[in-house]
Design a protein around this ligand. Structure first.
Ligand SMILES: [Zn+2]
Length: 211
């Protein structure tokens, strides 16, 4: 299944044909912390401008909380799960297990950070647009689509560089993006890997407006 995904994103990003280097961001942030910071800043800047164009005002998240293992902040009555990143509507914040995310960054490269963080910001946007969903999977797939649209916009603007090698990073990362309130291993929770890839691709090709 992973191989199908990788081939798909090679097709998706293959046209970029840029030289292989480690870092995806144009500023050359090569530390994990630098990539996390850049992913947050660039994603919020993107949405701020996008909301502006729609005549709306983007409300920045109130906090961006790194945690380790089980030490994460509660969301309502829900404890933070290890090995996760999540958006909490109750406090309008994003939290992430920094050890888990850093291990993905080490194993898969910085693309993992540039998918997971925009995915979670996608949920922060859904909360502001008060989008209603019948099924959780629809919410998750739209967040994947938002992540794809955010990333392609950032590549177009020159804030990020898509390079050969990023494609498998990005798609493997889709498999890893998680929320504490649902089990991402359960296909019905976040959608199948193919659905997630297709949704990410829609955003990537056509922009967040088509999500
Ligand atoms: Zn999610």
């Amino acid at each position: 299944m992973k191989r199908i995904l990788i081939i798909g994103l090679v097709l998706l990003l293959g046209a970029c044909g840029l030289a292989r280097t480690r870092s995806m961001d144009a500023q050359g942030a090569d530390s994990f912390e630098g990539d996390v910071r850049a992913a947050r800043t660039l994603t919020e800047e993107f949405w701020k401008q996008n909301f502006q164009q729609l005549g709306l005002t983007y409300r920045p998240i109130t906090d961006f909380v790194p945690y380790s293992g089980k030490s994460g902040p509660n969301c309502g009555n829900q404890p933070a799960a290890p090995n996760n990143a999540f958006y909490c509507p109750a406090g309008h914040f994003i939290a992430y297990d920094q050890d888990w995310m850093e291990s993905l960054w080490n194993e898969m490269g910085d693309g993992s950070v540039y998918v997971i963080i925009p995915h979670e910001f996608g949920h922060a946007v859904q909360a502001q647009l008060q989008t209603n969903f019948e099924l959780n999977v629809q919410k998750e797939l739209q967040a994947d689509c938002y992540a794809g649209g955010t990333l392609s916009a950032l590549v177009s603007s020159g804030a990020l560089k898509a390079q050969s090698g990023d494609e498998d990073e990005l798609l493997l990362s889709l498999d890893s993006a998680g929320d504490p309130t649902d089990d991402w291993l359960n296909p019905s929770a976040h959608g199948t890997a193919e659905q997630r890839q297709a949704s990410f691709a829609t955003g990537w090709r056509n922009g967040v407006g088509t999500c």
